[in-house]
Design a protein around this ligand. Sequence first.
Ligand SMILES: Nc1ncnc2c1ncn2[C@@H]1O[C@H](COP(=O)(O)OP(=O)(O)OP(=O)(O)O)[C@@H](O)[C@H]1O
Length: 311
Amino acid sequence: MTSGLTDYKQETTVSVPPTPVDGTAVQAIGLVKDYGQGENLVHALRGVDVAFQRGRFTAIMGPSGSGKSTLMHTLAGLDSATSGRVLLYGVGSSKSSSHKHPSGSQHVADSQYADPHSFVDITKLGDNQLTLLRRRSIGFIFQSFNLLPMFTAEQNILMPLTLEGAKPDRSWLDLLVTTLGLQGRLNHRPSELSGGQQQRVAIARALVTKPTIVFADEPTGNLDSVSSAEVLSFLKRSVTELGQTIIMVTHDAVAASYADRALVFADGRIVADQVNPTAEEMSELLNSKAQMMADPSLVDDAVQYSQQAQR
Ligand SMILES: Nc1ncnc2c1ncn2[C@@H]1O[C@H](COP(=O)(O)OP(=O)(O)OP(=O)(O)O)[C@@H](O)[C@H]1O
């Protein structure tokens, strides 16, 4: 039996998405996530409808416990949904499933060569299919870097390909290493690198497969302001120059200002959707949303307003 992107494509793709949006990378439809039961029941996501465009950098902000990480984990298939759908576009085409780059090197999930209209509903995938999908089509950047301490920077960067038994596209790897300023650091272990350098290695690892989408969870949470600015500048460049799609959770209004769009969460719902956010706008929005958490009746008004704004 073969295993690969084609397997889950056959089982889970349908020809027409329920609400097609051109240029969408990932879309949540009526996404609900509950944790616990009875008196411990928590409604972490209360029917979220949102589409993220290809080649855009989106920040997700909101008070602690508002559902940001739950949304990201559910979109990435790290956590299951209680109900609703998550459609990931641009995976499973005949070109991408051949894993061959035009340069001749073996290549994995190269979204630039995938059919942008093909999609999978990741809420329908089994564990093995999800593991393959995450490895091939999704990049992750974590607050704590999550590098493997016994391996060099280069080995860490190449790990997603090593796990697939695939060879790197050397010109892409060189571009990433040069752009991230990691030349001369490739033979160092993580303990021999600064926090900012470790996060740049983690970014290269996330991008090495040219994934359909990159999820970044507080990528600057452990960095000083200089390293944060470097990391955010590179994330932005990877969107503007390399066409990457990035969704980033952050508590930092300055970090959100690097994004093309910022969503604000409160109580499991999107309450604001800001295009080209500035740090000042995001600070103001977050303050008003903090008041909302104190007076939940205000959340409904904000949800209606943000849905009107999206139309
Ligand atoms: N595994 C879990 N079991 C039970 N409840 C959970 C679990 N994970 C999250 N929750 C709850 O779901 C809600 C949303 O949590 P989530 O972590 O998504 O919030 P967040 O906005 O990312 O918060 P923070 O900014 O503090 O990371 C919270 O009430 C949280 O306590």
